[in-house]
Design a protein around this ligand. Structure first.
Ligand code: SPV
Ligand code: MG
Length: 431
């Protein structure tokens, strides 16, 4: 009897999967590959069932011979070992970033004379509804909030991109690229105080109040599912910070990062060019402890951001603060630097990791942008935040368009670099 392989990456079996399975059964004895959690996160979306639950779900399907774990989105391990006569997949992988995976499978099966069978994708009302319900589940506060802690355990580096509006949230949510035959996407969103303020034409000095910052969070949570790390600036007064923690938890935010500064906060990238006052270890520790006490869920994280390198207070001061803030209850630490050379960040991470193997480390490589995620991971970093790049790319593009329309007294000259009207009106999903 012929053998058939198909890879499933779903938490819910709908008509589309049953159709694939039926077509597969007509060709021979069927093995389902269950894509592992870590591959699924890169390939598709965060699972709502565990890897083991998914395997059980597939094993329960009628006519399935066996279920194996597929640990990589590329089929390099499973195909050469199983050598199926047929690999069956929905025809949605004929185009878009997934096409690279299909062509890799084609190479693998043609090595021994196997074949790919593309099954027409089922796109009925019921299937769309199930997809939408899954997305909605991922977007719910109780599911979204805990996802950052889950991701830290599941991926080498949580890749986090700035979002400051529904639209930028959608970009972070939906951008998928194909790179060396694999797909990749961001894991989480950073609601930057700099970008949230800049979008409102205001300076980054804690001027945009919390009600407005929460509105930004809601704009983003309404259209996305990925977890959120909120830039809480200094956290404000401790008496206010405890309320902020509760509100953020309720909104489904996974973490707040607060920096050890007091008085009028200026953006860190000004460094010592402007007056900035660092809070004492005792003051910051008390704020962290109060936040942890106010927190109601186990999922939420309070991450302490250390400004010693920014304010040129030295490595020893940065490390002393990091250990003290962890002792005060911080669930993670963020170390910041405005040097182009990543050396001081790496030194800090190595020294911190020598004494603390577990507490998550967050970095924001805006200035030290030559270092890769993989290199940062080697120094023990868990979360990398691209804090402002979407804002900094949009601003000059808009400015150039405005200048050119003024220059030419019409819009024809700029049209080539604009998104088409058709694209922009179909960009947003309708329910
Ligand atoms: C932000 O994005 O607002 C930050 C990071 O706090 S930085 O601008 O580098 O200080
Ligand atoms: Mg900020």
């Amino acid at each position: 009897m012929s053998t058939v392989y198909t890879c499933f990456c779903t938490d819910v079996i709908h008509d589309g999967h049953l159709n694939i399975l039926n077509e597969a059964k007509k060709l021979g004895s069927v093995t389902i590959g269950a894509l592992s959690d870590k591959a699924l996160i890169r390939y598709n979306k965060f699972p709502t069932l565990s890897q083991d639950e998914r395997i059980k779900l597939y094993e329960g399907l009628e006519g399935v011979e066996k279920v194996v774990l597929q640990d990589d989105m590329l089929y390099d391990d499973v195909i050469p070992s199983l050598k199926p006569d047929y690999v069956v997949h929905g025809d949605n992988w004929l185009s878009g970033p997934e096409a690279a995976i299909r062509s890799h499978v084609e190479e693998l099966v043609s090595a021994y004379g196997g074949k790919i069978v593309d099954i027409p994708y089922t796109n009925n009302e019921k299937v769309r509804k199930i997809d939408m319900q899954l997305r909605e589940k991922l977007a719910m506060p109780e599911y979204r909030r805990k996802r950052l802690r889950q991701l830290i355990e599941m991926v080498p580096v949580v890749k986090t991109m700035e979002a400051h509006s529904g639209l930028t949230g959608l970009i972070v949510e939906k951008t998928v690229v194909e790179n060396n035959g694999k797909l990749d996407q961001f894991d989480a969103m950073w609601i930057s105080s700099l970008c949230d303020s800049t979008a409102k034409g205001k300076p980054d000095i804690e001027l945009v109040d919390m009600t407005s910052r929460f509105r930004t969070i809601e704009d983003i949570t309404e259209v996305t599912t990925k977890p959120i790390i909120f830039d809480g600036d200094t956290g404000g007064l401790t008496e206010h910070f405890v309320y902020t923690v509760r509100s953020l938890e309720r909104l489904g935010v996974s973490a707040v990062i607060i920096e050890d500064k007091k008085g009028l906060k200026k953006n860190s990238l000004f460094g010592t060019e402007v007056e900035q006052t660092q809070a004492t270890i005792e003051e910051m520790s008390a704020k962290i402890a109060a936040g942890k006490k106010a927190q109601l869920t186990d999922d939420f994280m309070i991450i302490a951001r250390i400004e010693s390198l920014i304010l040129e207070k030295g490595m020893e001061d940065a490390l002393e603060r990091a250990f003290a803030f962890v002792k005060a209850g911080a669930d993670g630490i963020m170390i910041h630097s405005r040097k182009k050379d990543p050396a001081e960040i790496c030194e800090f991470c190595d020294k911190f990791r020598a004494q603390d193997k577990k507490t998550p480390i967050v970095v924001v490589p805006s200035s030290f942008n030559t270092i890769t995620e993989e290199e940062l991971h080697e120094h023990g970093v868990n979360i990398v935040i691209y804090a402002n790049q979407l804002t900094r790319s949009a601003f000059p593009a808009m400015q150039q368009t405005a200048e050119d329309i003024l220059r030419y007294h019409r819009a024809k000259e700029v049209d080539d670099r604009l998104m088409s009207i058709k694209q922009i009106i179909t960009l947003i999903d309708e329910i």
